[in-house]
Design a protein around this ligand. Structure first.
Ligand code: AMP
Ligand code: MG
Length: 418
């Protein structure tokens, strides 16, 4: 079971910085899901549970990098053409089957094993075939157009470290090394719920005062992107007993419980009290906008994340805080997402000592640079702002004012959506 250590999240006092929160989160994931062996064909997006070690050199044999003629370099005249008899043929999958003899050229094709004794390949475009002989130009370097065995990967090297989230190219390398199955961590089982008497399922009628549950669909999609097995536990009413019972039940059989809404301290916000009574809650007042409040805690030993209710705050806090925790719980080793410097296409005043994430589109400036265009409406409930944006401009704590043309950090959604 993925678990948090007992002493987690204890914090009181002033607003906690995002960096401190991330630091605490990074130290909390202590146990990992069990490993399982799965077919390589199923492995995309899974987290390796053990180092993958190359069982042999890659490529396994010296081979031709081009179509042409394999020769022994010592047979070539340095200053003038060389004419050699063509004594054999080697194609990919069809080795010559004998060593090359001195004084002969071997017709060879890309990927064919180099015959023993031949060390150089002349491209066919640089040769003139004349019946059963070939005319070779001078000036070819020894070893030209030959790929050496092991030049890609050495036998015994760790090619993919435990914790790697398998991308297409990682899977390609595992295949090239002959792995039909790979050890990965079992998928993280996440229980997901929404809270709110106003919420309805898309497809159901919408009575006066009701809205459709958007958060659960956003979060489920985010979790699926992270490779989690999501149990959709639906919508909870704003009733303390129902919330408490549902959260207690959700913890059973899951590695993580995640909810949205009901986290504030209003009269209808019952999640906090429920977690308090079921385990431990560390109500986080983070110096982040949008996003406060975010809660972390545990139900028994199962980690719990309580996201805000407003959809924009949900997405931002999920990406900034929940995502790295989930990646770690799942067995990964998340690196900080790569932001890049762009030019602000807007003016903005912010509260110092708070980190702000602005929704923005990215435009070319016509000179090879990029400009961030801030979405004009900032409300934490404006879902269309996320749809219209390419990512988030991150304004650090110490900053108080942005002027048009200032360099700002931009985090593309492509860095954050898995
Ligand atoms: P809360 O944190 O429960 O007070 O919710 C804050 C705001 O977010 C309210 O306007 C809610 O109606 C809205 N909200 C809460 N949960 C959802 C949800 N699942 N989908 C869409 N909006 C929500
Ligand atoms: Mg609510």
């Amino acid at each position: 079971m993925a678990q948090l250590s007992e002493d987690c999240f204890a914090f009181g006092g002033p607003l906690m910085s995002v960096a401190t929160a991330l630091d605490i989160l990074a130290r909390q994931a202590v146990a990992l899901p069990e490993p399982e062996d799965i077919a390589l064909a199923e492995a995309r997006g899974r987290f390796l549970a053990a180092d993958l070690v190359a069982p042999f050199d890659l490529p396994p044999h010296d081979n031709a990098a081009v179509d042409g003629y394999a020769v022994c370099h010592a047979d070539l005249n340095a200053e003038s053409e060389t004419v050699l008899p063509v004594g054999g043929r080697a194609a990919a999958g069809h080795p010559l089957g004998r060593p090359a003899r001195r004084g002969e050229a071997i017709r060879i094709f890309t990927g064919a094993p180099m015959p023993e004794g031949a060390d150089t390949v002349m491209m066919q475009e640089d040769c003139i075939a004349e019946g059963d002989r070939v005319r070779l130009r001078p000036g070819l370097r020894r070893g030209a157009n030959r790929r050496k065995a092991g030049e890609d990967v050495r036998r015994g090297a760790v090619v993919l470290a435990a914790g790697t989230r398998l991308r297409p190219q990682d899977i390609g390398l595992a295949a090239a090394l002959g792995f039909a199955r790979v050890p990965v961590f079992r998928r993280l089982r996440v229980a997901l719920l929404s809270t709110g008497d106003e919420l309805r399922e898309p497809g159901a009628p919408l009575p006066p005062g009701a809205i459709y549950d958007a958060n659960r669909r956003v979060i489920a999609a985010l979790l699926e992107g992270l490779g989690c097995a999501v149990s959709d536990l639906g919508i909870l009413p704003d009733r303390p007993g129902a919330i408490r019972d549902a959260l207690a039940a959700a913890a059973a059989g899951h590695d993580l419980v995640l909810s949205s809404g009901g986290m504030s301290t209003g009269e209808e916000d019952h999640v906090k009290a429920a977690i308090d009574s079921l385990g431990r809650l560390h109500f986080w007042r983070l110096a982040i906008k949008p996003g406060r409040p975010v809660a972390l805690g545990q139900i028994g030993r199962v980690p719990f994340i309580g996201l805000p209710g407003n959809p924009v705050a949900v997405m931002v806090t999920f990406l900034v805080l929940a995502r790295p925790l989930i990646l770690r719980l799942a067995g990964g080793r998340p690196a900080a997402p790569h932001g890049f410097r762009v030019s602000a296409g807007f003016a903005w005043t912010k509260k110092p000592e708070r980190r702000e994430y602005l929704r923005a589109r990215i435009e070319g400036d016509g000179a090879g640079g990029w400009i961030a265009r801030k979405f004009p409406r900032d409300g934490a409930g404006i879902l269309s702002s996320l749809v219209e944006s390419d990512g988030l401009v991150v304004l650090p704590e110490e900053l108080a004012r942005v002027e048009p043309g200032d360099a700002v950090e931009f985090l593309p959604f492509s860095e954050l959506l898995d």
